[in-house]
Write a protein that binds this ligand. Structure first.
Ligand code: KG4
Ligand code: ZN
Length: 364
């Protein structure tokens, strides 16, 4: 069993009270545990299930749940010694409860509740996407709301106005596929394997991003014009499929994979960048923080950084290890809720969907 250990300790940011939380994250195909003190990561372990799901070309929910059961105990054995703390130092236990694969979530949630009961600690259920937002607070301890967060993961793509802990407004979103889902599907179309996003990103570096013109996924409004912040990726995916079919009919073998990957990636990055900058300027946000697995994407990082600079906006990306799923970000979110006096009760359950605007439902 291999755990990736992540140590990023930018400092506690001078907070008056020190709070230490142990967190568990099992919403999809990463088993993750972490101990975080204020905004300092003391230990963070991530065990990826990629090898297990690879033969199926995607995550098999039942297999993911079973593997979390196997891996979580070993991870928990290691996480306190790795942080050089013991249970007496832990102020509370947190676990992701939504959104995600329900069976997978239930493993971490039940484990988190049980640990909290046995060790008589407060329990906090955490919204996975709030965790992705908090990856930015961990990486940049001086970050303060309000700011705009571009959330781009395997299941979600949205623009969130962050006003404070638990105070979120969705200002824009995809109308169909999430950005990560589009990356994964197009990678499969190009025969790149699973998980597609990082592989496609690497291939795109060798290609010409102007080789093919692709649609950016505008959403028409009934009164004419386009929605300023909402987008669609299903049209882009279809355009890629048609382009690949056309190239195959023309006898183009092997396919120009690098050019196709680079053109697709640049189109997604352009679509997200244009909407994010417009949303920040229209709503008066000076800072943009990016979260979720697709925040690791080289093309997006480059385009958004350049555009933000042109408009004198600050743009923050977490380090790659905090972009994809991890438990440190879940602990980070729980610590802020803990400071606000928020606690979850034992009845809180796993939910496949929960809007970020409803995150306060998780606390009494
Ligand atoms: O946030 P995450 O780890 O899990 C979810 O909450 O969904 O995001 C996973 C998604 C996958 O679709 C994966 O292909 C994508 O993030 N991803 C990337 C990159 N690294 C991960 N997509 C594009 N470029 C990358 N470098
Ligand atoms: Zn995620």
């Amino acid at each position: 069993m291999v755990f990736t250990s992540l140590q990023i300790s930018p400092g506690a940011g001078g907070l008056a009270s020190m709070t230490t939380i142990l967190a568990v994250e099992t919403s999809c195909d990463e088993t993750a545990v972490a101990v975080v003190r204020d905004r300092q990561i003391l230990s963070s372990l991530v065990s990826s299930q990629i090898d297990i799901h690879q033969p199926y070309g995607g995550v098999v929910p039942e297999v993911a749940s079973r593997q979390h059961v196997v891996t979580l105990a070993a991870a928990l054995d290691q996480v306190l010694p790795a942080a050089a703390v013991d249970w007496a130092d832990i102020d509370g236990v947190a676990a992701t409860c939504a959104p995600g694969l329900v069976g997978a979530l239930m493993v971490g949630l039940t484990t988190g509740k049980t640990l909290a009961m046995v060790h008589r600690k407060p329990f906090l259920a955490v919204h996975h996407l709030e965790g992705h937002i908090y990856a930015n607070y961990l990486a940049h301890p001086d970050l303060q709301p309000p700011f705009l967060c571009l959330l781009v993961s395997g299941g979600h793509t949205s623009l969130i106005g962050v006003r404070g802990c638990g105070d979120y407004e969705t200002l824009g979103q995809t109308r169909d596929d999430a950005a990560g889902e589009a990356f994964d599907k197009v990678a499969r179309l190009l025969g790149l394997g699973y998980p597609g996003g990082p592989i496609l990103d690497r291939l795109a570096q060798q290609g010409n991003s102007r080789a093919y013109a692709l649609p950016e996924g505008n959403i028409s409004l009934p009164e004419g014009g386009f929605h300023p912040y909402d987008c669609s990726f299903s049209g882009l995916k279809t355009a890629m499929r048609r382009l690949v079919e056309k190239l195959q009919v023309e006898g183009c073998e092997p396919l120009p994979g690098a050019d196709l990957a680079a053109s697709f990636q640049a189109t997604v990055a352009r679509s997200l960048t244009r909407r994010t900058i417009a949303c920040a300027l229209d709503h008066g946000f000076n800072t943009i923080a990016v979260g979720g697995g697709v925040a690791a994407n080289g093309g997006l990082r480059q385009q958004l950084q350049a555009a933000a600079q042109d408009h004198h906006l600050r743009v923050l990306f977490p380090p790659l290890s905090l972009c994809t799923d991890n438990a440190a970000m879940i602990a980070g979110a729980a610590i802020d809720h803990f400071h606000q006096g928020h606690r979850s009760n034992w009845q809180v359950g796993a939910q496949s969907r929960l809007d970020l605007s409803q995150v306060m439902q998780l606390y009494s």
